[in-house]
Design a protein around this ligand. Structure first.
Ligand SMILES: NC(=O)c1ccc[n+]([C@@H]2O[C@H](COP(=O)([O-])OP(=O)(O)OC[C@H]3O[C@@H](n4cnc5c(N)ncnc54)[C@H](OP(=O)(O)O)[C@@H]3O)[C@@H](O)[C@H]2O)c1
Length: 424
């Protein structure tokens, strides 16, 4: 009892001398809680303002606010086509720009018949650089353009290391993803400024918010678009021009068909039509938004981590798909991908190995000679960096499967780093 008394005494003494610290901590705690609550309230309000209220109060008159004609680049498929249709639904006349004349004719006819608006199209290949714009300038000369949607974009055929990309790919990415938006704005914006009204929508991507290894130049080009849009907004808002940066996460279009997960519409991955109908209702309301409420939390720390994790997952999946077809086309059937961890990276696709059954040595040679394979390098180094636990796991796994690939074989030419099996 005496001991307890002494303890209570001690505790009271300590509390008294620390009371000032306890109070300081209580103030910090209260400040943090209030801040978090206010953030939650503001976030909820802006989500409602952007995605719910416009649906309740009805559509704004886009023609009256911005003008009668809209130009949409990359508009024969995916988001561009769906966005053009949404604009047409609201009475806006549409000028489509893409590469394929047949597709342009078909989409143009379908929009004008369905929505009873005027349509026109310009055949242009943005990968050609400067030469593409003379025709566009000519075609748009006498048109009063109220809305410009810079949607055209190029993605990787499959995620890959920067140095594996061809020079053509580098220039295409710059010309299509970056230069096209610059040039289109340069052509159209003076007319908008003259009328003191207009809207420019630049379709960036959630990839603009994080570095995207293995999709390096795609993410970097989207970061360019995002900064370009945000700066333009400040330059031209006072002149009546609304510039919006759209930063969607995955939309199930043919662009992301290289992974079976992203090619299908699902709860988080809307179809292009679903996406466009949400995105258009944010026009004039938010200068930077994913345009879709389920993607709206992407600015938060948690979702940024999610993007990193998803990017790793997507990269691994898409690469595996291409590697599989490369191996299959080389008549190598008996192989498997062994996932493993490397503490130096978050990106799993860098750290997988392929085991090819020893009997298929001829197959390995075929693989080396195969025209679709860039290079095949035996990766003894890879074996050395394998963690002990992974080796044990992979050995046990082999025994269970009854394959019993001798363990020591992992270090020789039957093990290849995934990066070495890539389609041209
Ligand atoms: N899908 C996604 O998950 C996602 C996510 C975030 C952001 N984005 C961005 O959204 C935009 C549209 O993507 P999407 O998924 O709708 O793409 P998509 O389905 O592949 O459609 C691309 C469109 O661009 C046209 N196009 C392609 N290369 C062209 C070129 N060199 N010159 C002129 N037109 C060209 C294509 O038509 P032709 O082949 O007939 O020319 C097609 O109409 C892109 O900027 C993309 O980066 C997409």
């Amino acid at each position: 009892m005496a001991a307890v008394d002494r303890f209570n005494l001690l505790y009271r003494e300590i509390s008294r001398s620390c009371s000032v610290y306890v109070e300081a901590l209580a103030i910090v705690g209260a400040w943090y809680t209030v801040r978090k609550c206010l953030t939650l309230v503001f976030d909820t309000y802006s989500m409602l303002r952007l995605h719910v209220i416009p649906k309740l109060v009805g559509e704004i008159d886009i023609v009256k606010r911005y003008g009668r004609w809209a130009v949409v680049t990359g508009s024969t498929d995916g988001i561009g086509k769906a966005y053009a249709e949404e604009l047409a639904k609201r009475g806006v006349n549409i000028i489509l720009i893409s590469r394929s004349k047949e597709k342009l004719e078909a989409v143009s006819r379908s929009i004008s018949e369905t929505y009873k608006v005027e349509t026109d199209f310009i055949v242009a290949d943005f990968s050609k650089g400067r030469e593409a714009y003379q025709a566009i300038k000519e075609a748009l000369k006498d048109r009063e353009i109220g809305i410009l949607v810079n949607n055209v974009g190029l993605f990787y055929t499959y995620p890959d290391y920067f140095t594996n990309l061809s020079e053509d790919m580098l220039w295409d990415m710059i010309n299509i993803n970056i230069a096209s938006a610059n040039m289109m704005v340069h052509i159209v914006l003076p007319g908008m400024v003259e009328k003191r009204k207009g809207a420019i929508v630049n379709v960036s991507s959630a990839s603009c918010c994080q570095p995207t290894p293995m999709l390096t130049i795609y993410g970097a080009s989207k970061a360019y678009l995002d900064y370009f849009s945000r700066a333009l907004y400040y330059e031209y808002a006072s002149k009546g021009i609304f510039v919006q940066s759209l930063t969607p996460f995955v939309i199930a279009t043919k662009m992301v068909a290289c992974s079976s997960v992203t090619s299908k519409r699902s709860f988080f991955f809307p179809s292009a039509e679903e996406y466009a109908s949400h995105a258009i209702s944010t026009l004039g309301l938010s200068k930077r938004t994913p345009g879709y409420w389920k993607h709206s939390i992407e600015d938060k720390e948690l979702i940024l981590q999610y993007i990193v994790a998803f990017n790793g997952y997507f990269t691994a999946k898409a690469r595996s798909k291409f590697i599989s077809s490369a191996l299959k086309s080389s008549d190598i059937e008996n192989w498997r991908i062994v996932p493993r961890n490397n503490p130096a990276s978050d990106y799993p696709s860098d750290f997988e190995v392929i085991q090819i059954n020893e009997k298929q040595k001829d197959g390995v040679l075929t693989l080396e000679d195969h025209p679709n394979i860039k290079r095949v390098t035996p990766q003894r180094k890879v074996f050395r960096s394998l963690k002990y636990s992974d080796l044990v796991y992979s050995f046990a796994f082999e025994i269970i499967r009854g394959l019993a690939v001798p363990f020591k074989k992992c270090g020789d030419e039957s093990v290849y780093n995934v990066e070495t099996f890539l389609l041209q």
